[in-house]
Design a binder for this molecule. Sequence first.
Ligand code: ADP
Ligand code: ASP
Ligand code: MG
Length: 858
Amino acid sequence: MTNTQTWIVLKFGGTSVKSLADWRVISKQVTARLEAGHRALIVHSALSGISDALEDLVIAALENEAEPVLAAIRARHLDLASEMELDGAALLDSYFTGLERLSAGISLTGDASPRLRARIMAHGELMATTLGAAWLNKTGLQAHWLDARTALQALPSDPVSSYLNADCAYDTDTALQARLDDTGAPVVITQGFIAGREDGDTAILGRGGSDTSAAYFAAKLNADRLEIWTDVPGFFSADPRLTGSARQIRALSYEEAQELASMGAGVLHPRAIAPVRKAGIAMQVLCTHQPELDGTRIQATPSEDAPRLKAVSVKHGVRLFTLDNDGMWRTSGFLAKAFEPFAQHGVSIDLVSTSETSVTLSLDEDPALTPEVLDRLRSDLEAIARVELIEDCAAVSLVGRGVRALLAQFGPAMEAFAHYPVRLVSQAANDLNLTVVVDGDQGKALCRRLHDQLIQPKPRDVTFGPSWRELQAQAVDTPSASSPVWWRTKRQALLDLCPADSALYVYDLETVKARASAISGLKNLDRGWYAMKANHQPDVIRTAVEAGLGVECVSMAEVHAARAAVPDLGPDRILFTPNFASRAEYAEAIEMGVHLTLDGLHPLRHWSEIFAGAEITLRINPQRPEGHHKHVRTAGPEAKFGLHADELPEAIDLARKAGAIITGLHVHSGSGISDPEHWRRVGLFLTETARDLPDVKILDLGGGLGVDEASGPRRIDTDALDVMLGELKTAYPNYQLWLEPGRFIVAESGVLLARVNQVKHTPDARFIGINTGMNSLIRPALYGARHDIVNLTRLDEPMDWVADIVGPICETADRLGAQRLMPHTEEGDIILIGNGGAYGRVMASTYNLRQPAGEAVI
Ligand code: ADP
Ligand code: ASP
Ligand code: MG
């Protein structure tokens, strides 16, 4: 039978086949390919962790301790089988017995030859595909199980590689096509990672080799497309596990993908590109756990023409050989002689750099590089030069077309190398990468640092999609998340509240109450104060006060607003902490009898008469800035807040002369801090400062408590904070401890609702233009703050747009969110901007004579 339908090859990695939920995704994807008129070949890996376990099994067998490892491997497969409601024992017993026999053989002989290792390793893929095929057939997808060893032929090479790191031929294979046609099955399922040898034995393709298997199959079947399904949606500008700012790369040329994979981007095996490239097959890297995302396309043409740094990657396990022969390397033929032993021992060199007296070469990790091979190589090299071998290095690469032309822009980022001594620098002749080799333990940190400094998405970026952090936020913020944010639960009320032609801040008083109670309920805190500068909406202030907090004000106008909101708010429940305020404000505050904090000498020095008999707190600048953005760091040598420690003696003197009593000390040194240890440091600093101040009884530790934000800080754990406060209190029982949070109380309680005015599509970008912008919410422009943004009208629709959300203000900075995943959006839709309860409406303006959003509570 000849089948004219074209093949799509779908490769699923170990984390994509490990559970029933994964198999449901696989089945859905395969069905969609069939419905589109294709045939599907599934190539997949062993269950995640099983290839590692099989490697452990070899070692355990050598030590005669195979049984516990075998038991774990069996259990893992039987668990999945029972989740799939399959008879695991019946399906897998012959493999389990095979593993027992092979490991017994190793235990008996004390020898684990490459041949035995390959046979053991192959079991992972054989067992997993057996379960996969059985489940697909049970659920009605007619799937033919193919033994990959009968379809992929390992090419002869050296004794180790031919078993453990095999290459295969990948010309169009009409015989295989005919064989698959003959089965008549629309779906074929086979193993990644394994191939057959000419002598009938089993070979493996090296760790991570399933991608390569899939590429071989795609080339042999002349497939329409190769899809690599894994646990991340595509290639990123760095390993997303290393930095959340890693950006999804929308498209790569074969060449770039090859370079990235070779330089350590572990998402794709480096040998998987050549077969599809040669056959001109398009490739896509997709995510099994977010199948709706586009991932990365890999094709012949690059995504953009200009030189562009696309990624920073790190490769571990690199070895460096330095050959030194005292200035002799210029003698003709030295380099040729130096390379010869590598060729003789079948060792491939990756990077080379030469200096006046030496040549340094790097070797990638390779199972064929056994200690014996290295010893032989070394002794051959010693015949011509002094040899130094440095193990365990890391190669960090900047990858992108025309990287040479970009060097000038890297300026300040190159400072990183002051901290990470470089052992080798190499710039690829194809101008696709610039690589430095450093000590192994420094690779990740250097990669992260260079990435975060150098990868800068442009506003209308065709190369980069959303960041990993954004995609994670998207994945977490689904209706199935365990505790949905309040605005999901109250969605209908919000839709009803949103005006047709203006924008509105809405505050959820239950959330305000919950956060305020979390602070007033801290057992070891004496007093908590709501910093009302974050949000002075009267119901919000009232809710915070009713939950047990006092109010911290920074102007007399705020004091009056607080008293207007809560008419019975006595002076003892008001804390006044102004900065550079006028004499009149201090005088009024003292007259009123509120708690007062001074943060400079000027008032005591020039207006001493108003302080007679007053109890005051001094704000100290600890010279140690902390917080999420430089504008919200309020301590440090350049900050305008607080007294410097060396001004303290003078402050004490001035206070005494004025007749004021210093009863409190205060530090506030930043915002968005999630680690309770910060306030311990503040507390210890203040107890130290208080030593010379016998009247001090209050230590005001400030605010800055972190809230949940998609990028950056997490909400502080108030239980941990309480434990820390308790320890501080036990150590210093004579002091009252105060905290004065603002954002923590209100940020998450507020959302900004706005209507879509216009949508704009340019060839490079999409803009969703809403009816308010930086005039209502200036934080993105001012601090680069990231707020969650969703289309509330179409909350659960597929996210197939990447768009900038902009306002109507005539400023480039009027962008509330960049490169966000959004559903198809239309004029009149309601857009919700999260975490808008703090420093939103209070910082609004009428710039461009546009009225900012109004306010409402629910
Ligand atoms: P699979 O088992 O599906 O083959 P792998 O673990 O081999 O999956 O590859 C996916 C992993 O590759 C990701 O989880 C990610 O941590 C890692 N990775 C490393 N570099 C990159 C990169 N530049 N882009 C995307 N993923 C990367
Ligand atoms: N299972 C093999 C490994 O873990 C091959 C693969 O997953 O690509 O290395
Ligand atoms: Mg892989």
